[in-house]
Design a protein around this ligand. Structure first.
Ligand code: ADP
Length: 308
C-alpha cells in the first residue's frame, strides 16, 4: 500500500563534481592544458536522494555542505530534484568536491575532497531520525559506503527495534563491520564490491560469492550492470533481468539510480522483488543520458518501463 506520509532518510555525501577533459593525463611535475566542463551535483548521498525523490517519495537528506558557492549550488540542485534539504547543515568546512579528469580514450582519474561531509556526527544523525519519526513514518534509512566507518557503525542502532529498514549500498567497501552488515535489508553491492566485502579475489566464481554473501545480511542485492540484479534472501535466489536499452550513453549514476529508486519503492510498500524491478528500470533510464542525477527519470517513466 502506498503511504504518502512516508519519509526516506538518506544519510550520505554531497559533492560538487568538476569535470576536466585532457588529451593525455599529465605525469607528475607536468602541466597540460585541459577543457573545463560544467559543475554538477554529485556524491552518492545526493544522487540516491535525487533518485528517491524522483519517485515522488518525501526524501530528507542528512548531510553537510560549506558556506560557499558550491554549497549554494548543491542546495539549489537538490531542491530542484525535490529533495528536502532542511537537514543539510551549512558548515565552515568547504563543500565536498570531486575533480574528475577524463582523457581522450574515456579513462578517468578522480580526486575527492570530503570537506563538510566529514562533519555530520552520528549524534546529529540519531537526533534527526528521531525527530522525523515523531512527525510520521520513516520506513527506510538509506546509506552508502562513503560515510566514515565510525558513522556507519551507528546505523544499526538507528533501526534496531523500530519499523525502519536499513538499505545499505556499501559503495565503496569502507567497512566490514558484521553488526552493520547484519542490519542491512537489503545490502546492495555491485559485483566488485561483493568480492571486496567478502575479502575474496574478484575472480571468484559468481555462485560461490552469492553463497558466501547469503548469511552476512538479512537480504542482499547484487547489481550486475547490463545483466540486471540478483536478490539473495535466505536460500532463495531471485534474478531480476535488466531492462534492455537501445544503446548506452553513459553508465555514471546508474547504480545510484537503482539504489534510490529501490529505497523509494520499499517506502511505497512494494516488496523487494518489485522494488528491484523498479530499480533496474531507473538504472536503465539513467544510462540514456550523460551525468548522474541530471539523467534521472520521473516516477511515471520508471513505472512505465518496469511494466513493459
Ligand atoms: P554500479 O554503477 O554501482 O557499478 P551497475 O553497473 O551494476 O552498478 O548498475 C546498476 C543497475 O543499473 C543494474 O543493476 C542495471 O539494472 C542498471 N544498468 C546498468 N548498466 C546497464 C545497461 N548497460 N543496460 C541496462 N541496465 C543497466
Amino acid at each position: 500500500m502506498r503511504d504518502s506520509n512516508a519519509t526516506v532518510v538518506v544519510s550520505g555525501t554531497v559533492n560538487i563534481d568538476t569535470f576536466v577533459g585532457v588529451d593525455n593525463f599529465p605525469h607528475p611535475g607536468e602541466t597540460v592544458i585541459g577543457t573545463r566542463g560544467i559543475e554538477g551535483l554529485g556524491g552518492k548521498g545526493a544522487n540516491q536522494a535525487a533518485a528517491c525523490a524522483h519517485m515522488g517519495v518525501r526524501t530528507v537528506l542528512l548531510s553537510a555542505v560549506g558556506q560557499d558557492s558550491q554549497g549554494e549550488l548543491a542546495i539549489t540542485e537538490l531542491k530542484r530534484h525535490g529533495v528536502n534539504t532542511e537537514h543539510v547543515a551549512e558548515t565552515r568546512q568547504p563543500t565536498g568536491q570531486a575533480f574528475i579528469m577524463n582523457d581522450s580514450s574515456g579513462e578517468n582519474i578522480i580526486i575527492v575532497t570530503s570537506g563538510a561531509n566529514q562533519l555530520v556526527s552520528p549524534a546529529q544523525q540519531r537526533e534527526t531520525v528521531d525527530t522525523l519519526r515523531s512527525q510520521g513514518p520513516v520506513p527506510v534509512v538509506l546509506a552508502q559506503g562513503e560515510l566514515t566507518p565510525e558513522h556507519s557503525a551507528e546505523l544499526p542502532k538507528l533501526v534496531r527495534g523500530t519499523d525502519t529498514r536499513l538499505v545499505l549500498n556499501l559503495a565503496p567497501v569502507t567497512t566490514r563491520d558484521p553488526d552493520l552488515l547484519a542490519a542491512a535489508d537489503p545490502l546492495i553491492l555491485n559485483e566488485g564490491e561483493a568480492a571486496d566485502v567478502l575479502d575474496v579475489p574478484r575472480s571468484t566464481p559468481r555462485e560461490e560469492i552469492f553463497d558466501l554473501l547469503r548469511p552476512i545480511a538479512r537480504s542482499v542485492v547484487v547489481t550486475l550492470g547490463a545483466e540486471g540484479a540478483v536478490i539473495l534472501s535466505g536460500d532463495a535466489t531471485l534474478r531480476v533481468p535488466a531492462v534492455r536499452v537501445p544503446s548506452v550513453v553513459d553508465t555514471t549514476g546508474a547504480g545510484d539510480a537503482f539504489c534510490g529508486t529501490l529505497a523509494a519503492a520499499l517506502a511505497q510498500g512494494e516488496d523487494l522483488e518489485n522494488a528491484c524491478k523498479l530499480g533496474t528500470a531507473a538504472g536503465a533510464l539513467a544510462t540514456q543520458k550523460k551525468g548522474a542525477a541530471g539523467s534521472y527519470a520521473s516516477e511515471v517513466e520508471v513505472r512505465a518501463l518496469a511494466e513493459e
